[in-house]
Ligand binder design. Structure first.
Ligand SMILES: *[C@@H]1O[C@H](CO)[C@@H](O)[C@H](O)[C@H]1NC(C)=O
Ligand SMILES: *[C@@H]1O[C@H](CO)[C@@H](O)[C@H](O)[C@H]1NC(C)=O
Length: 263
């Protein structure tokens, strides 16, 4: 930062601090500079009180839940977040922590790491970029057409983590909400994207799990893995439903995803 910019920055900080002292701490009761009244944006309703960044943080922290679409006014913000550096940087932070944790472990041949697929292993950003980054209501017909092409790219930081875990000798299990009918295309897509090795890939048998939540489905499949003698030492996904429920694993890692919510 050069001197001139430093001065401007210092000035802005000084004003911000002064404003905070006036409106916030001094009178105790008035917190108007931090308006926190949340209206979760179902159906893309405008949320005047809450910035899109606050909404995204609320989503990642699982304070904002069960939302159907990204608030209409946040399309530009979320698009920028996804396409510029921040999404990649946030993903990298998660994957690095996961690797640092994995490196400390002494594992056995029955130790596995669970990866979700969509927005964890493979990216559907090419699709969502054409559909308002989550502002448009989910359209299963269109989304499945995209999945069936089998050309979703890898998430680069996740692919790095995957390779590092393999090189440590940890076995990988993919656990995805994609249905049985998409198993073949998912396997092909994973290989094209650079994922060549895994212990198991578990897709959703809709004859068993029809109408069940992802939390129920994934908990139940992880329980089966443990009953088969596997230890889940790590579990990574972009949805809270990947890491909530039972048999979640010794440690969980939440990748960012402000485009859709699956319960
Ligand atoms: C892993 O094994 C090494 C060597 O036996 C031991 O020193 C270390 O404490 C173990 N670490 C953990 C986390 O169990
Ligand atoms: C999904 O998209 C297709 C093609 O644009 C359209 O015909 C269909 O009505 C949409 N479905 C829903 C539920 O919006």
């Amino acid at each position: 930062m050069n001197n001139e910019r430093m001065k401007v920055f210092g000035f802005v900080v000084a004003i911000a601090v002064a404003a905070w002292q006036c409106d916030g701490s001094e009178h105790g009761a008035s917190y108007e500079i931090f308006p926190l009244r949340m209206k979760t944006g179902h159906g893309g309703r405008y949320i005047p009180e809450v910035s899109c960044q606050s909404w995204r943080v609320g989503v990642e922290a699982h304070n904002v839940i069960d939302w159907k679409t990204v608030p209409l006014d946040c399309e530009g913000y979320i698009g920028n977040y996804m396409l510029a550096d921040q999404y990649r940087s946030d993903s990298k932070t998660v994957c690095r922590e996961a690797y640092f944790y994995a490196k400390t472990l002494n594992f056995t041949a029955k130790d596995i790491w669970v990866f979700d697929v969509d927005e964890t292993t493979l990216s559907n950003l090419p699709y969502y970029a054409q559909h308002g980054f989550g502002v448009e209501p989910y359209n299963s017909t269109l989304f499945n057409e995209w999945v069936d092409i089998g050309e979703a790219p890898a998430l680069p930081e996740s692919l790095k983590l995957y390779k590092k875990l393999l090189s440590l000798g940890i076995k990988i299990v993919f656990l995805t909400g994609r249905p049985l009918e998409q198993k073949a295309v998912t396997v092909t897509n994973l290989k094209i994207a650079g994922y060549h090795k895994w212990e198991k890939i578990i897709v959703k048998d809709t004859s068993i799990y029809d109408g069940k939540t992802a939390v129920t489905y994934k908990s139940s499949e992880r329980k089966k893995l443990e009953e088969q003698g596997y230890n889940i030492i790590g579990n990574i996904g972009d949805q809270w439903s990947d890491i909530l429920g039972t048999n979640t694993g010794d440690r969980t890692f939440k990748l960012p995803d402000p485009m859709y919510y699956i319960s």
